[in-house]
Every structure is written in C-alpha cells, then in structure tokens.
Design a protein. Structure first.
Length: 325
C-alpha cells in the first residue's frame, strides 16, 4: 500500500470515529454514575451547594451523582481536569467566580474558561457581607468608609486569598469609595475570619454562609449586605444600597457546566434535571438555611451572566494590576 492509500485509510478511520461520536446514541443517557467536580475542599460553600445539588439530581436522573473535590491553584486544577474530560456528560464542573476571573489573573492557563465549557445552569449565589471585628462593632458602614477615607495608614481587610472573590470585592469597595485599604491575603476564609474576630484585621467582605456562625456568636459584626435584598438570616442588617453605598453588589455564585462538545441532547437533559432539582422546596429551604439563594437560570442566561461577570471583574483586575503568576 503506497503512502496515498495509507493516507485515505487513516483519514477514513478518523472520519468514521468523528461520525460515530457525533451521532452517538444519547437516548439512554444517563446509564451510569455522573461525577461533579468541585474546585475547593470539603466543607466550604461550593462543596455544600454541590453535594445538596448532586443529591437532588440523583433522584431525578436515576443515577448516582458523585461529588469529587479537586482543590488547588484558585480552582484551575479542577477546571483543567473537566475541560479535558471526555465530552459525554458524565463529568461535570461545579463552577465558581474563578471561571470569570482566572483568565485575567493568570497569564498561562492550560484551559480556556470562556470556550472550554458548556454552561448548564446557574445554581445558586451567596451575597457578600461586610463584617468588622469587636473594636468596630458600634460602627455603621458610613463610619467605616469615612475612617478608610481619612486614615493615612489605611484599613486592612482580609481575604480567602489573592484573586478570590473576597479580594476582588475589597478592590471594588476601594474603587467606589476611595477608601485607603490594605489587602491581607490568607489561605482560606476561615483563618482570616479568626483574625478578624481577634481584631487583627479591620474588616472583611466575605460570602454570608462563611461568616454566619461567627455573626450569630457575636464575634464579628455585619455592617451591610452587598446585595439588592436583605437576608432572612440577618434581617436587621441593611443592604449596601440602604446603607448609602450605591452600585456596590458583590458575592459568590455556583454554576453547573460540562466540557465543550457534550451533545446538545445531553445538555438539555442536564438542564431540565437541574432546573427540576432547583425547583424543589426542600432544596430551597436547605439552601436558604445557610444564606444561599437559588438562581435556577437556563443555559443561555447562565452563559450571558458569565460573559458580564468576566467583563466586570476583568476591568477591576486590570485597573488594580492584579496578577497571580
């Protein structure tokens, strides 16, 4: 067989494989367990949302939905794993805001957050809360802002780490108010909250579910919720808009995605199953008990949302020259 014949044989084999993949029978999907990859360790809000969602989807899909934690590198380890997974709908990603910020934060990602995934649904969100330690518990948000504007040394704010949503929320606060703020990154929000409760930090801007236990214990004080609506968990705490801080809304979100190339029929099945799960009163109650709000958007709305968030936070990252590599 000469080289031309070998070429056509190989080309024909490749074409047959692609044709088979493109026309794969999805009528029995799913017929085995599905893995949902979480980008952070067990016990955090992302993990909680994912496990509750997986449990609800199991009942609807009739197959196990197994949560797998792959933490590290600001979510890049897990995201890269899912981006390279087989596009058959059996490996999903429980995405967080890093999918809309990491392309700006890291120069050399080995995956493309904007093009390597197919959005399924925006599952839930959690508003950030601006909290202070014991020495500032009698302050209002306007008092805190004034202190930050007038202080030569500035106020220090803690975050769960450089490039995290709590860090970027602090940079947004600085931009809107003109406060003199010094960022102090930690390896996780828990360590930062401990120092805040001990007055080693002036303030934090952190998702409500992560702060609620210390708020209830009286160890830290919430000044405002960075949301358009108050939370039933802290009903007496005003929103940032009510406290006089216009246009300041920030928080975390949790969405379900698949690798790019998953057949449309499978995406449709997953979208319907997700929206069905998120429509459950039981799941809604379990989320709300922890300060998590159900979003339940369709795939297109989720994609639009991610594009908006990428632009919004990309501008903040660029203006403040934040880089992580």
């Amino acid at each position: 067989m000469n080289w031309l014949k070998r070429f056509y044989v190989v080309f024909g084999a490749i074409a047959l494989v692609w044709h088979t993949m493109a026309n794969a029978d999805t009528s029995n999907y799913p017929d085995r367990s599905i893995t949902m990859v979480v980008l952070f360790g067990a016990g955090g809000t992302s993990d909680t949302v994912s496990r509750l969602m997986a449990e609800s989807m199991e009942d609807i899909l009739g197959q196990p939905v197994v949560v797998e934690n792959r933490p590290g590198a600001g979510g890049n380890i897990g995201s890269s794993h899912v981006a390279r997974a087989k596009a058959d709908g059996y490996t999903l990603l429980s995405g967080t805001p890093g999918l809309t910020t990491n392309a700006a934060l890291y120069k050399n990602l080995n995956y493309d957050p904007a093009n390597d995934f197919s959005p399924i649904t925006l599952m839930a969100s959690a508003p950030n809360v601006i909290v202070v330690g014991p020495s500032r518990q009698s302050q209002s948000l306007s008092d805190l802002i004034q202190d930050g504007q007038e202080s030569d040394e500035g106020l220090n704010y803690g975050s769960a780490g450089a490039g995290t949503s709590s860090h970027l929320a602090g940079e947004l606060l600085r931009e809107i108010t003109g406060m003199n703020l010094e960022h102090v990154p930690y390896k996780g929000g828990a360590a930062a909250l401990t120092d805040l409760a001990s007055d080693r930090l002036d303030l934090m801007i952190i998702p409500l579910p992560e702060a609620i236990s210390l708020i209830r214990a009286g160890n830290i004080t919430p000044l405002a919720l960075a949301s358009t609506e108050r939370s039933s968990l802290i009903p007496d705490v005003p929103t940032t808009q009510e406290a006089g801080l216009e246009d300041y809304v920030a928080g975390s979100w949790y969405g379900l995605l698949a690798p790019k190339g998953v057949p449309d029929e499978v995406i449709d099945i997953l979208e319907k199953a997700s929206l069905n799960a998120l429509g459950s009163e039981k799941l809604k109650d379990r989320f709300e008990a922890q300060g998590i709000q159900i979003m339940a958007s369709d795939a297109q709305s989720f994609e639009d949302f991610m594009q908006q968030e990428t632009k919004r936070w990309g501008d903040i990252i660029e203006k403040n020259n934040i880089r992580l590599d």
